[in-house]
Ligand binder design. Sequence first.
Ligand code: ADP
Ligand code: MG
Length: 375
Amino acid sequence: MNKVHLPGETIGIIGGGQLGQMMAASAKEKGFKVIILDPTDNCPAAQVSDKQIVAEYDDLTSLITLAKECDVLTYEFENVDAETINEIKKYTDVPQGSKALLVTQNRIREKEFISENHFPVVPHAIVNSVEDFVIAISKLQYPIILKTVEGGYDGKGQLRIDDEGYDKDEVEELISKGTCILESRISLSKEVSVVISSNSDHEHSVFPLIENEHHNNILHISNCPARVGTSISVETYEIARSIANKLDLVGTMCIEFFIDTENKVYVNEIAPRPHNSGHLTIEACNISQFDAHILGVCDWKMPEVKLFEPAIMVNLLGQHLEPAKNQITDHEDWNFHDYGKSDSKYNRKMGHITILTEDVDSSIQQIKENPIWND
Ligand code: ADP
Ligand code: MG
């Protein structure tokens, strides 16, 4: 049993982006005080919290200050140093521990964890040099994808390679950034994700299967429930529960799956935190992935998840936000989320829209026809 945390206590969050913001909003609703640590002054999470400590994520002195000021500490992303977590545990309760962080912040450890536990893994090879790369492509077939082992997100640190006519300089440049992993490119029929939350008693809240469509390797549209057969849902839920138990999950985690054209399921990635594909749970379910995160971290009971209505989420990147704002008054069905980031950039996640609808196919069609998302 972990320590139970109650309203009136203070939750510290490392990282103040949109995930931290939606976590903080859920915690505030329940009566907690919230302190954010983030280097950007007035970051999205700070805008809905009690206090911000402006500091880098690896600034140990500031992290210890945060730890001393809060009753329980959590994080919004996996790139928190596991050693640092062990250090700040001396000053406050860190119920998530560092096991899930260690496994998921490095693509090699993640793939090892997936294969050691006999979950279906994408064929891959570790690449430390151009020589390794040449040997690895002789074992894996084109098309392939080369990824940096650490720090990648939203398709950053990735190189897609279709055939031997690839650009050797690009390969060399990516490998010069650090160890890489080379993966076979799966012929995808769908991508799906399971968002699952747990308390320390391994009681789970499991959200209905979500289907994801990416553009330029960045999540574009999610819809729930996923349009897949029962056997795929059952298989992915079983894997998700088992991964949650093996990682001693506390709080919310998301497992991304690939489904190939022969309906074979692969575990792609594990995120030890709420996930972009789970944003639609805010409006579509009795508890959101952020509520479930707070419940798990505070060691409350985990409710059974109910889906009120099928839902679609579409991301608003830097190039989409202004045109989308201009259409707000035309769409009474839009649940509009603007994260309040001061710095808008092309392809940066700035907000999202959730639509509840019984007619998922035609709503997705309308999004695709809307000029907002042409780019
Ligand atoms: P991240 O989400 O950290 O950027 P991912 O490994 O999830 O990295 O890759 C982003 C997207 O790129 C995936 O959701 C998928 O659409 C595509 N992709 C990545 N790896 C593969 C692969 N091995 N086969 C097919 N598609 C892939
Ligand atoms: Mg991913």
